[in-house]
Design a protein around this ligand. Sequence first.
Ligand SMILES: *Cc1c(COP(=O)(O)O)cnc(C)c1O
Length: 390
Amino acid sequence: MPPLSDRTRMIARATRRGEGRRPVNPPIERASTMLSDTVGDMRDESLGPLYGIDGTASQAALRSAIADLEGAGHCWLAPSGLAAVTLPLLALTRPGDEVITTDAVYGPVRRLLTRHLAERGVTTRFHAAGASSETVAAMMSDRTRIILIESPASLTFEMLDVPALARAARARGVITLMDNTWAAGLAFKPLAHGVDVSVQALTKYAGGHSDLMLGALCASDPATARAIAETHEDLGLCVSPDDAWLALRGLRTLPLRYAEQARSGLAVATWLSRQPEVARVLHPALPDDPGHDLWGRDYTGAASLFGVVMQDGDEAGAHAFLNALILFGLGYSWGGFESLATCETPQLAWRQERPAIPGPLLRFHVGLEDPADLIADLETGLAAWRSSRL
Ligand SMILES: *Cc1c(COP(=O)(O)O)cnc(C)c1O
């Protein structure tokens, strides 16, 4: 049989033979204490988890499914996507080390780098969003320990040449860590492109229903995996069996939801890009996007999350636009079944270099609604934008 697609594997894991009479899905086992029959058994790790912090059936099933999806030897779960990015940064750096990342890195991760890690002697240098791999490679010094990759970048969606960056880093013994949330482990496989550690916020597409917080990180290299496993243990990170079970349920339909939302997202993004009030839509799957060639070369799909730069105007106009929407919820996060909209102009103030844009920056997440209905909603929003500016 040829290798199975992600879509099949996320289901076939549940139905495989040879595991006896059982329910399709693992049980939710709520536990702190695990009991053994003898004192000798209490030390035997081959008999299963020794303590609730090791996780039970649903966490184990989720870990192995995500490792399968990311093509990784090891997977760990963290209580949020943020904690999943934080963990390898803590595990793999020592005082005097340096991290290189994009100026458009996910905001809370930037805060960790400039606050917690800086106080412990780990410095960070930021490269311009959308920098070439040569530019980033030229920034590496003897102190560089990690290149933290986010592609496309948060809020402004610039693409990086990930395979070239991974090659340059590996040649100098620098570890690459990639936030793969946008690709959801589906549209891009970081480890297959030479990246050492792939992280995703399962809160987003894997959860898919805006009802849980969870993160995962994957690695295959034994030394990297050992460092991450030890820090995961030292920090006492664990996730609830119920949340793991919900994320596992999400994985069964993840490839279908992701593909359908990508289609709708591109339709809505294309429509927005043709409106006179819009200067640019920031979405690497659009043919005229600066990151389109890299996306087309490396990615097999796209998230339904993109930015919209207005032609002119200010935040008050953006608020009028968003307040007039009925189908788009106003809320942070993304990857769920529901469409969402935010105004992201304030978040750009965190950057070293603010992008030169003529108007406010909006962000849209397209859910599973009919895209024609969403476009009608956006027409209402644009009418409110126009009247706010009369
Ligand atoms: C949301 C997000 C995270 C953090 O995930 P949480 O589960 O919300 O902590 C990390 N990276 C990116 C790119 C995100 O969008």
